[in-house]
Design a protein around this ligand. Structure first.
Ligand code: WT7
Length: 635
C-alpha cells in the first residue's frame, strides 16, 4: 500500500482512517518521502483554532521551487513542464521543458533581485495567461518574495485596492493582453491604478501585444532586455516552513477583499498530494486546468501542485469560444490531454452550443474530468459525462476554496464511485462536520446544515494579510473550535457530501466569488442612487447572475432608466470589473427592511427567483407595502 498514491476504494478508507487517527505521523511520512528539505521540522503540527494559530512542519527549511523545478532536472530535464497554448491557435504552442523553466525562473529571479526585491517583499502580478505569469510566480518564490497575483480582468480600482492593502513594491504586467478577438490595454489599467498607489517603485512590463504604450520613466521597465542580461543562476532562498508564499485576494460578504495568506511547506505538501490523487496523474499524462492563475485553482493546480509532481501542465491564454466553440476540444486533441479540469459555467456555455463542435475532435486521450468553482447542476454533469467523457472518464466534482488552498471534498477518479452533483468523500486528512444553526454537530448520515472543518489540514490559509482579527471572526467564530466554510452541505445515506451553496452574502457568478457589499458600494456612488441591494438569481450559463434592486433619490426630476442602468453597470465595471455587472436592474420605491433597518435580502432573493408565492411572513417588516410593489414590477 502506498499512502502517496491511492488506487482502490479500500485503500482510500484505510489511508483516510490513518490520516484522521494519526494526522501527524501520516503527513510526516508523506513530507519525508516525497519532498526535498534543507532541514527537517521540529514539530509536524501545532494548532489552536481559538486564537487561531496553525503551523505545519515548524522549523523546517526549504524552497518550493527546488521541489517544483530543480529536483526534476536529473530525471525529467527535457520533459515539458509548461505547455503554453496561445489565444490564437495560428501562433503555435510552446513547450517549456523543466530545463528551460529552470533557466527562465532563475533569470527572472535575478531580475527581481536587481530591482531591489528581497525576501518578504510583496510583488503584485497583473498578467494575462502567458508563460511570464507562471515564471514570475515561481521567480518570487525562488527569492522568497510574496506574490500577490491579481486576475487581469479586475479593474484599476480593484487592482489599486489590492496593491495598497499589501503594500506591494513592484507590479509585473504586460503591454496588453489578447482575449479572443479583442485586445485589452493592461498597462493602461496599471497606470491608472498606480495613480493611487505610492508604495510601488517599479513596474516590469512584458511584451505581448506589441502596441505602443506609455512608459513612465524611472518607474517602468521592459522585461525582455533585463532578462537577457540576467544570470541564469540564482540560488534559492532558504525559507522557513511557515514563511508566507503568497497572498491571494478573495471577496467576502462585507468590506474589503480578504488577502488570504498561504505559507510554504504545508501548502506545497497538500497541493502536491491532492494533485497526484485527485487527478490520478501518471508520468506521461498531459494535464490541463482551464482556470486562470489569477485564482486559487490556477495557483494550486496549474502551477504548484502539477510542477511539484513533475507533471506537464497546459496553460491556455484564450477563451473557449475563439476562434470557435471547438477550441477546448481542439486543444485536447492536439496535446492529447489526459486530465481536463474546468468550471460548471464553462460546461454550460459549451453545452449550449450543441455537439457539432465536439464531433470533429478525437477526445480519446481523456481519462479524468474535473469540475470546480460552484455546485455542478445535474444537467451539466450528464452533458459533461456523455459528450466529453463518453461515459468512461470519471467526473471529479471537487469542492474547495481560496482559503483551503487545495481540494477538500472530491471523488478520487477510478477509486470513488461518482454520483451526479455530489462532491462525495472528504479528501485524505480532511474532517468535515455538518452543523445545525445552534452550533451542534449533526452526526451520522442524512443530515443537512452548515459545513465546517474540525481539524487543520496542511494548506489552510494562516491569516488575512494585515487583519488577523478578521480571519478569526470570519472563519473561527461562527462555530466553536471549527473552521466555517460559508457553505451549506448535506451528507447522504452513504456519507457522500453534496454542497448546497453559500449561506452568506457571497454570490458565485460564472465561478467567480462576488461579495454583495462591494458591488452595492459601487452602485451607491452614483449620484442618483439612494440605496441598493444585490441578490443572485439562477442563470443557465453563469449559474447565478446578479439582480439589483435600486431606489433613486427623490429629486423630482424624471430619469431615463435605461441610461441609468448603463451608467450603473459602467460604475461597477470601473470599481470591480465586468464580471460584477448586473444582469437585471429593477428601480423600486423602497427596499424591504426589518425594524432594525437591515435589508431583507431573503425576500428580495425569492422575488428575483420567481418564488414570490413563498415569501413567508412579511408582517414584521418596517415597510411591508414595498413588497407588493416590487413583486408587481419584477423583471
Ligand atoms: C466557493 C469558493 C476552489 C477554487 C475555485 C473557487 C464554491 C467551489 C465547488 C464545488 C460546490 C463549490 C463554494 C466555495 N465551490 N467548488 N465543487 N461544488 N461549490 O474558489 O473563489 O474561493 O470560492 O466556491 O461555495 O465556498 P473561491
Amino acid at each position: 500500500m502506498s499512502n502517496y498514491h491511492i488506487k482502490h476504494l479500500e485503500e482510500y478508507y484505510q489511508v483516510y482512517r490513518k490520516s484522521i487517527r494519526e494526522p501527524e505521523s501520516f503527513w510526516e511520512e508523506i513530507a519525508e518521502e516525497h519532498f526535498l528539505w534543507r532541514k527537517k521540522w521540529d514539530s509536524v503540527l501545532d494548532w489552536d483554532f481559538s486564537t487561531p494559530e496553525i503551523s505545519w512542519f515548524k522549523g523546517a527549511k526549504l524552497n518550493i521551487t527546488e521541489n517544483c523545478i530543480d529536483r526534476h532536472l536529473t530525471t525529467r530535464g527535457d520533459k515539458t513542464a509548461i505547455l503554453f497554448e496561445p489565444n490564437n491557435p495560428d501562433e503555435g504552442s510552446q513547450h517549456i521543458s523543466y530545463n528551460e523553466l529552470h533557466i527562465r525562473v532563475n533569470k527572472f529571479a535575478n531580475v527581481l533581485k536587481e530591482q531591489g526585491i528581497k525576501k518578504g517583499d510583496r510583488v503584485c502580478i497583473y498578467l494575462p495567461m502567458i508563460p511570464e505569469l507562471a515564471i514570475s510566480v515561481l521567480a518570487c518564490a525562488r527569492i522568497g518574495a510574496i506574490h500577490s497575483v491579481v486576475f487581469a480582468g479586475f479593474s484599476s480600482t480593484a487592482l489599486a485596492t489590492r496593491i495598497n492593502d499589501s503594500d506591494c513594491k513592484m507590479v509585473i504586467t504586460s503591454d496588453g493582453s489578447y482575449r479572443g478577438a479583442k485586445t485589452i490595454d493592461l498597462k493602461g489599467i496599471v497606470d491608472e491604478a498606480l495613480e493611487s498607489c505610492s508604495c510601488v517603485e517599479t513596474v516590469l512590463v512584458a511584451k505581448r501585444i506589441q502596441t505602443d504604450i506609455h512608459m513612465n520613466m524611472g518607474r517602468d521597465k521592459w522585461l525582455a532586455p533585463l532578462l537577457e542580461k540576467a544570470s541564469d543562476d540564482c540560488a534559492p532562498e532558504i525559507m522557513d516552513a511557515e514563511d508566507p508564499l503568497f497572498i491571494l485576494y478573495t471577496s467576502g460578504s462585507t468590506g474589503m477583499p480578504k488577502g488570504m495568506v498561504h505559507t510554504t511547506a504545508g501548502y506545497m505538501v497538500y497541493t502536491a498530494y491532492t494533485f497526484k490523487n485527485a487527478f490520478q496523474y501518471t508520468e506521461n499524462d498531459v494535464y490541463w486546468c482551464t482556470a486562470d492563475i489569477g485564482w486559487i485553482t490556477g495557483h494550486s493546480y496549474i502551477v504548484y501542485g502539477p510542477l511539484a509532481n513533475g507533471a506537464t501542465t497546459v496553460m491556455f491564454e484564450g477563451v473557449p469560444s475563439y476562434p470557435d466553440y471547438g477550441r477546448f476540444w481542439d486543444i485536447v486533441q492536439k496535446h492529447k490531454v489526459s486530465q481536463f479540469y474546468t468550471a460548471p459555467t464553462a460546461i454550460r456555455a459549451l453545452a449550449k452550443q450543441g455537439t457539432d463542435f465536439i464531433e470533429n475532435y478525437d477526445l480519446s486521450s481523456l481519462k479524468v474530468l474535473g469540475s470546480v468553482g460552484e455546485p455542478i447542476n445535474e444537467e451539466a454533469w450528464h452533458w459533461y459525462n456523455e459528450n466529453i467523457g463518453k461515459r468512461k472518464s470519471p467526473i471529479i466534482d471537487s469542492w474547495w476554496q481560496t482559503e483551503t488552498g487545495g481540494i477538500m471534498i472530491s471523488p478520487i477518479p477510478y477509486v470513488t464511485p461518482t454520483k451526479p452533483t455530489y462532491a462525495t468523500l472528504p479528501f485524505i486528512g480532511v474532517q468535515p462536520a455538518i452543523m445545525d444553526e445552534n452550533g451542534n454537530e449533526l452526526k451520522g448520515n442524512q443530515v443537512e446544515g452548515r459545513l465546517c472543518i474540525k481539524f487543520p489540514w496542511p494548506s489552510i490559509a494562516r491569516t488575512i494579510w494585515g487583519n488577523h482579527q478578521r480571519y478569526k471572526e470570519t472563519y473561527f467564530s461562527a462555530f466553536d473550535n471549527k473552521y466555517f466554510t460559508g457553505d451549506g452541505a448535506l451528507r447522504d445515506e452513504v456519507g457522500y457530501y453534496r454542497i448546497t451553496g453559500r449561506v452568506d452574502d457571497v454570490i458565485i457568478v460564472s465561478g467567480h466569488n462576488l461579495g454583495t457589499a462591494p458591488i452595492e458600494d459601487a452602485i451607491n456612488e452614483h449620484p442618483a442612487v439612494a440605496e441598493s441591494a444585490i441578490v443572485g438569481f439562477p442563470h443557465d450559463i453563469k449559474g447565478s447572475a446578479l439582480y439589483g434592486y435600486i431606489t433613486l433619490k427623490d429629486t423630482g426630476e424624471s430619469r431615463n432608466h435605461n441610461n441609468l442602468r448603463t451608467e450603473i453597470n459602467q460604475l461597477i465595471t470601473d470599481r470591480i470589473g465586468p464580471i460584477a455587472k448586473l444582469d437585471k436592474i429593477q428601480f423600486t420605491n423602497g427596499l424591504p427592511k426589518t425594524r432594525s433597518g437591515k435589508i431583507m435580502r431573503r425576500i428580495l432573493r425569492k422575488i428575483a427567483c420567481n418564488e414570490s408565492d413563498s415569501l413567508g411572513d412579511t408582517s414584521t417588516l418596517l415597510n411591508q407595502e414595498v413588497v407588493q410593489e416590487i413583486i408587481d414590477n419584477v423583471l
